[in-house]
Design a protein. Structure first.
Length: 175
């Protein structure tokens, strides 16, 4: 992969990814999706150099404040065929969830409904059908629905970062 020019990157972006659900407390609230600052990928407790390579991909050519789902990166990597040249995204996301659970970085932990979670796990241009058993009909969801989910996540993020930016953790490695 060619070396990007530093001016083509912004670390003021966020990675949104789905993961195995967990319950952070005694209540019934399931956490199944997490958003972290891009620089969290540079944390020393994240598998390296994989985290740094994903950081490079995530921050290249983005707009400040942009939320990038992991599925978008997969789409950009030829549907995932090029992930082996970048890194082990599964291990990196497990490491990120561990950082969040041990409060070693800031994050937005979400319990997204099934359809919203599925939409962020798809490519930006996909259409998917979901069956509503009660109404006995299919509903089609598309890019505009995915955009609505990302907009809502962005609204929640804006509320959290209004006073201070997300803390990606301490002792970060250079990009």
């Amino acid at each position: 992969m060619p070396e990007p020019h530093t001016a083509d990157r912004t670390s003021a972006v966020y990675l949104l990814f789905a993961h195995e659900p967990y319950y952070p407390g005694p209540g019934p609230r399931e956490i199944n999706t997490t958003l972290v600052a891009a620089d969290t990928l540079l944390h020393p407790r994240v598998l390296q150099p994989d985290g740094a390579r994903i950081h490079d991909l995530l921050t290249r050519g983005r707009q400040p404040g942009e939320i990038i789902p992991l599925a978008t990166l997969t789409h950009e990597l030829d549907g995932g065929a090029d992930w082996p040249t970048v890194g082990d995204w599964e291990r990196v996301t497990v490491d990120l969830v561990h950082l969040v659970q041990t409060r070693m970085c800031d994050a937005l932990s979400l319990g997204l409904p099934e359809v919203a979670r599925a939409l962020i796990c798809t490519t930006p241009d996909i259409r998917m059908r979901a069956f509503d058993a009660v109404a006995e009909e299919f509903t089609v969801y598309g890019p505009e629905d995915r955009t609505k989910v990302l907009t809502e996540v962005g609204r929640l993020l804006a509320g959290l970062t209004a006073e201070r930016p997300f803390w990606p953790g301490d002792g970060l490695l250079p990009p």
